[in-house]
Design a protein around this ligand. Structure first.
Ligand code: ADP
Length: 548
């Protein structure tokens, strides 16, 4: 027997309609690429998204057509999120920090028809244009009078002119909720980037799940500032979550890594919730220390994309009264896979140090995500907090196969689980702890060493700003861990100082015998420490104990 309930599709346009009707004047604040500040409410977002949608239809957009963006976090990028998907188009957010050849490859692979860009990226587009096979027109996210005089780009148009004379009402089509809505390529450190194609249904379900009390825990009283870019897994879904819960949105435009701007925005706009990768928070915390400032309104900082060092968790809590919510996820998981927020009772039971230890793990999956850990032969490992293996995931917002992958990837198993490429243990209460990525794993004497645990201990030393542990060959042990340290000040901590961090906290045979020092950590396109680059840089390194 079938239930007798209405069948309403889960559509991105319904998020926009809902916010426009219920939070018409709730603000979206946005810093302009060329400076200045822009403010409007959700009703105007809906009106301008409708104008964009009409304009795209008049250009000939058909369901499934891809529309690419190279843009910062700002209100026009948000209009593209809603205007494109709302009429059945696919918004393809491109990471401008990828190699230009990769960007050209991605655009050709996706067969994007139009490209919307912030002025920052015009030189990049000018260089790429001769290699782009599918782009019909390029639109600059500016009014006509702010268009560059000589960009060297053919068929360059103004976004504001495009949408200027269009109607600001739209009867959004009732699409099938499985229709594709967004496309995002992973950075592809090995081989070509892989496209993750989100649907309306997956996007809406992800936004619902993210809003829950023990995940993003956000509501109408919040002002959310995504510092994670809108080209990195949809700014972790926050542009969809904020209008669902009625929160204000603050977009830092191109100033994503600028401590002074982030601080002023947080204080002036009374930001309560923010999200970004650890390197961003490390830089902001340093700026706040150097300038003797404290954050007064921020409640939560979501830290994800890479393991969050306990030093960040402590400093946010002790100096700024901010709770760190570590999230684990991937582009392939929309991205939320787990979040480590503690309940009030857990906080009391754990005490201060216990809280830091727990928050430094990756937390529980929200309902809708299932996690499991297997050995290399696919055998399920127990959830005992000790058995480390391959982390696999499934759920309604997990990618089922890559876009036009032609069977290249083997990450999607035949039994409906996705192999994340992460190594993890699951604790008996369901708490996830990532110990490594399979490609970064250190195998010494046949056993795994967790680079994340070593890095977390190293960064707890006051003289260490950032740490990375990489595998280097060793004639006796196959591989041993090498500690790469960026000191926090002028003093280089000696290996003796650092050894004390590890002793008694990890097995003795895990402890690195040597450290090397570096002035700046190399970063990936998504702002994470690039271990690939570090391995290349220290390719000739030999351990002192390796007499070979
Ligand atoms: P990219 O690989 O392109 O940088 P993703 O954001 O999809 O982009 O990266 C996902 C990977 O990031 C995960 O598989 C995992 O290795 C790592 N990651 C994300 N969040 C965390 C976290 N909280 N702790 C440890 N690793 C994380």
């Amino acid at each position: 027997m079938q239930g007798l309930m209405m069948d309403r599709p889960l559509l991105i346009s319904s998020i926009l309609d809902y916010a426009a009707s219920n939070f018409a004047t709730t603000e979206i604040v946005s810093l302009g690429t060329g400076g200045g500040e822009h403010r409007y409410g959700y009703a105007e977002l809906a009106a301008r998204s409708a104008r964009l949608a009409h304009a795209l239809r008049s250009l000939g957009l058909e369901t499934g057509d891809r529309v690419a963006t190279l843009a910062w976090n700002n209100h026009r990028h948000l209009e593209l999120y809603y205007g494109v998907s709302g009429i059945g188009g696919v918004i393809h957010t491109i990471n401008p920090r990828l190699q230009p050849e990769q960007i050209a490859w991605i655009i050709n692979h996706a067969e994007d028809r139009w490209l919307f860009v912030d002025t920052t990226f015009l030189p990049l587009v000018a260089a790429l244009q001769p290699h782009l096979r599918s782009i019909e027109r390029v639109f600059v996210l500016e009014p006509a009078d702010a268009m560059p005089a000589d960009s060297g780009i053919e068929s360059l148009h103004s976004y504001e002119t495009l949408i200027a004379d269009q109607p600001d009402q739209m009867d959004w089509p009732e699409l099938d909720e499985h229709t594709a809505a967004g496309l995002c390529y992973t950075s592809g450190t090995t081989g070509h980037p892989k496209g993750v194609l989100y649907s309306h249904r997956s996007t809406v379900l992800h936004a619902y799940a993210t809003a829950m009390a023990d995940t993003a825990s956000s509501g109408r009283g919040d002002t959310i500032m995504p510092v994670v870019p809108m080209f990195h897994a949809n700014a972790w879904g926050l542009p969809y979550l904020a209008p669902i819960v009625g929160a204000r949105l603050v977009f830092p435009g191109p100033k994503m890594a600028d401590g002074a701007t982030l601080y002023s925005l947080m204080e002036d706009e009374q930001v309560t919730y923010t999200a970004g990768v650890p390197t961003i928070w490390m830089a902001l915390l340093q700026w706040l220390r150097d300038n003797d400032r404290t954050l007064t309104s921020l409640r939560y900082a979501t830290v994800g994309g890479a393991a969050c060092p306990p030093s960040i968790i402590r400093e946010f809590a002790e100096r700024h009264g901010v709770i760190t919510a570590q999230g684990w996820g991937m582009t392939e998981t929309s991205p939320l896979g787990s979040m480590s927020l503690l309940s009030a009772q857990e906080e009391v039971a754990l005490g201060e140090d216990g809280q830091v230890e727990r928050r430094a793990m990756q937390g529980r999956p929200p309902f809708g995500i299932e996690l499991r850990v297997t050995d290399d032969d696919g055998q399920l490992l127990p959830r005992d907090g000790e058995s480390a293996g391959r982390l696999q995931v499934r759920g309604a917002w997990v990618c089922s196969s890559y876009f036009r992958d032609d069977g290249q990837s083997d990450a999607h198993g035949t039994d409906g689980w996705f192999d994340t490429g992460d190594v993890a243990v699951i604790h008996p209460d369901g708490w996830l702890q990532i110990t490594d990525r399979t490609k970064d794993v250190i195998k010494s004497g046949g056993e795994w060493i967790s680079s994340i645990e070593l890095e977390n201990l190293a960064t707890s030393h006051p003289d260490v700003a950032e740490a990375a542990v990489i595998a280097r060959p060793h004639s006796r042990w196959t591989e041993r861990p090498l500690l790469v340290v960026r000191p926090s000040g002028k003093r280089q901590p000696t290996m003796n100082d650092l050894r004390a961090q590890f002793t008694g906290r990890v097995p003795d045979w895990w402890i690195p015998e040597d450290a090397v020092y570096i002035d700046e950590m190399p970063l990936t396109a998504t702002g994470k420490i690039s271990k690939l680059t570090l391995r290349e840089r220290f390719a000739d390194y030999r351990f002192p104990s390796d007499g070979a």
